[in-house]
Ligand binder design. Structure first.
Ligand SMILES: Cc1cc2nc3c(=O)[nH]c(=O)nc-3n(C[C@H](O)[C@H](O)[C@H](O)COP(=O)(O)O)c2cc1C
Length: 191
């Protein structure tokens, strides 16, 4: 797959095969996050890779999955992610552009993962106090979000649709995600 195909085919996945991810692959994914652009090159982001089964179970209950299709979007016991990456911010290095830094790094994580055939779900709805405790994250760090990873056990497709933002599941458990049509968001030379 070339880069354009990789970007266009990456979709959020919330059902995963129970196959663990090789640690060298996870480290390479974090290396891709490390090399993302960031404002003033301050490099405020660090990452905690969580693969321990008990810790993964503790984190799982502190996440909110797929609000539009609740509770059907919550991974079942044998569909849970096999890895989480906690994205943490060193407050002493953060700039006003921290949101951009985080977005760029997480996009690198999701695309690098997908290049290895590993699917992802970014989770912003996290009980951060609980997860900070579980992972012993110090006070000078903010827990921004968690990226769930695993080999996909469902498919997800985008559909051009400007009438709704709500994704849905079909009877086979596959996802359909509305995306605003290109003609509705692109402007040439003038608004
Ligand atoms: C910043 C951010 C936070 C998100 N938080 C959650 C979340 O808490 N739970 C969840 O199930 N999905 C979450 N998602 C995934 C979005 O629902 C998903 O990206 C969106 O529906 C578009 O689907 P796509 O990624 O397949 O294009 C989040 C995505 C982003 C970028």
């Amino acid at each position: 797959m070339n880069l354009i195909e990789l970007i266009k085919s990456r979709r959020t996945i919330r059902k995963f095969k129970q196959i663990s991810i090789n640690i060298d692959i996870l480290i390479d994914i974090i290396d891709c996050a490390r090399l993302a652009p960031c404002a003033s090159n301050k490099q405020p982001l660090e990452y905690i890779i969580v693969t321990n089964k008990n810790l993964c179970d503790e984190i799982f209950v502190n996440l909110r999955w797929a609000a539009y299709i609740h509770p059907n979007g919550i991974p079942k016991h044998d569909e849970k992610p096999t890895c989480y990456i906690a994205v943490i911010v060193n407050k002493n290095r953060a700039t006003k552009w921290i949101g951009h830094d985080i977005g760029l790094a997480i996009e690198n994580i999701t695309l690098a993962a997908w290049s290895y055939g590993i699917a992802s779900c970014i989770l912003g709805s996290v009980n951060t106090d609980n997860v900070k405790n579980i992972l012993h994250i110090p006070d000078e760090y903010i827990l921004d979000s968690i990226v769930a990873l695993g080999y996909p056990a469902q498919q997800s497709f985008y559909e051009d649709n400007d009438d709704t933002v709500e994704y849905y599941l079909d009877e086979d458990g596959n996802m359909y995600v509305p995306k605003r049509p290109l003609n509705n968001i692109i402007h040439f030379n003038d608004f």
